[in-house]
Design a protein around this ligand. Structure first.
Ligand code: ZN
Length: 529
């Protein structure tokens, strides 16, 4: 409904924009500058803020700073009298000594934690266990009626252990008619697979890792499961019967299939076929996990510029403030400052808020500036927000998300991550075109970037979202250089202590140019008829 409405009004709207967007917006957009952004980023990414881990001193400093800056800029508290929205959380400690074994007629497998598998329990109890639970291979573990796909068809897995593949049949076959072809889908993500297993009443869920299909090597899985894990205090997994969520390496998975007397490769192929039937493996799994639960809380920071006329409707800008804090397993510098990820986005949020105040009058719709917590813990802050919205989601005209902005200089392009999924992407395409730039689709949709930032929480609730990422077509050095530099940055600095604020090395021109686009897109949606 909303999509159709926007499509119908779009041509009319654009003629309005060209006069509406005019001088005032241009002056306000011009107020976005590198000096202001640097001032914000220097503080947010400083060692003093200790990597901004949720529920730490780093959080206290961050949310205080953001609240004060929003106030100084002249943007109102977004939650009644407060700039904060409390997010109740639980923190589950990892148990690398957990017992996990798989028994078959031919013997018993006892995998090694971190080497062969990782896992943990979402249950609150300090000791959780299950014994001799039947193992069932459920293919991709997907129930998607709209795709006429059900890997749990005709099988009851209550109390059982389900083992499944990462990603989806479209990726595995590269068949564009299956799922979204090689692009990752929501059902291809690990978070979905654990949730579906929980909905089915399984006692344990095991995902088979494969580097290409997961889009990251085993080491990434290992790192994120060997430390404690955060969940929303009110989450479906803790309330479900799911005792163990686990990943195994491909090599270990093959051993499980051998023990079951099944051919792994054949099973992979059959899982990609429509009408696949889950396969009972004639194996039994047992596990016992000792894991402490700590109740804690974090905060989203939220600020508001009320609209005039359609003030009950909103545009919500989002940028997560959290990062990974301090990790002593890194030698030397152990502070993950998260300068690009995501001090850049948070600085942009403040700078865009300030630009709106420069317009000197209220916009038609209200503008909300939401800096969410726990993005790095699995989009928890944004998920909490959409489940406890401060402004009705059905009256949210658009969510514009910023995560990791451009430090490599001006580009001719910007990337629309999830291009084609967004009913508001046309607003960005139009502005880029006007500026002699262009929009490109995500170069590697199989990596699932669309499912890895906070706009996803809004999209899942039906809010039109725009996740506009950096371009690669560098004005000075071209595309090849742009792609190389971006990949180099990811390899060397992504989620590492070296993601530092380095103004002497950064080129701010691209960031400024892109933030002006974010501002104008929001401005145009805020005033669209
Ligand atoms: Zn991020």
């Amino acid at each position: 409904m909303r999509i159709r409405e926007l499509l119908i009004t779009a041509p009319l709207f654009f003629t309005i924009v060209s006069c509406n967007s005019g001088k005032d917006a241009a002056i306000a957009a011009d107020s976005i500058n590198a000096e202001d952004l640097s001032r914000y980023m220097e503080v947010i990414a400083s060692d003093e803020f200790m990597g901004r881990a949720p529920a730490t001193k780093g959080e206290e400093l961050t949310i205080k700073y953001l609240s004060e800056e929003f106030k100084r800029i002249g943007v109102l508290p977004g939650n009644g009298e407060s700039y904060l929205q409390e997010v109740p959380l639980i923190k589950k400690s990892a148990d690398p000594k957990m017992k996990f074994e798989i028994k078959g007629a031919q013997g018993t497998l006892k995998p090694l934690f971190a080497t062969d598998f990782v896992g943990g329990t979402p249950q609150i109890a300090e000791n959780s266990s299950f014994e001799n639970s039947d193992i069932v291979f459920v293919g991709y573990g997907i129930v998607a009626p709209e795709r006429e796909w059900n890997d749990y068809q005709g099988i009851d897995v209550k109390g059982k252990t389900v083992i499944m593949l990462i990603n989806d049949p479209g990726y595995a076959t590269k068949d564009s008619a299956l799922f979204d072809g090689k692009s990752m889908t929501y059902e291809g993500r690990w978070t979905y697979k654990f949730e579906e297993a929980a909905r089915q009443g399984a006692a344990a869920a095991i995902i088979i890792h494969e580097t290409g299909a997961a889009a990251y090597p085993w080491g990434v899985v290992e790192n994120s499961w060997t430390d404690s894990k955060m969940y929303l205090a009110d989450n479906m997994l803790s309330k479900s019967p799911l005792i163990l969520q686990s990943w195994v390496t491909t090599d270990f998975a093959k051993k499980i299939f051998v023990l079951a007397g099944l051919n792994y490769e054949e099973q992979l192929v059959s899982a990609t076929k429509r009408g696949f039937k889950a396969v009972p493996m004639n194996l039994k799994a047992s596990a016992s996990i000792a894991s402490k639960t700590e109740y804690t809380k974090s905060n989203n920071v939220v600020a508001l510029l009320p609209g005039n006329g359609k003030s009950d409707e909103t545009i919500i800008y989002t940028a997560h403030w959290d990062h990974f804090g301090v990790n002593n397993s890194f030698k030397g510098d152990s502070i993950l400052n998260g300068a690009v990820d995501n001090a850049t986005g948070v600085a942009a949020l403040l700078e865009i808020a300030e630009a709106f105040t420069k317009l000197g009058k209220k916009q038609d719709r209200s503008i909300v500036f939401l800096s969410v917590t726990c993005e790095e813990q699995g989009l928890l802050g944004s998920e909490y927000y959409v489940n406890h919205p401060l402004y009705p989601l059905e009256k949210c005209a658009g969510n514009i998300n910023m995560d990791g902005l451009n430090i490599l200089g001006k580009t001719k392009d910007m990337t629309i991550i999830g291009m084609g999924k967004s009913p508001i992407e046309k607003y960005a395409i139009e502005i880029l075109k006007r500026d002699g730039r262009y929009a490109r689709p995500d170069a590697a949709p199989e990596k699932g970037s669309y499912f890895r930032s906070d706009h996803l929480s809004f999209a899942r609730k039906g809010v039109p979202t725009l996740y506009l990422g950096n371009g690669v077509d560098n004005v000075e050095h071209g595309i090849k250089w742009g792609v190389e530099q971006m990949e180099k940055w990811i390899t060397e600095n992504y989620h590492k202590p070296s993601d530092n604020f380095e103004p002497e090395k950064w080129n701010f021109e691209g960031m400024v140019q892109d933030i002006r686009v974010f501002f104008e897109v929001g401005y145009n949606i805020a005033n669209a008829k």
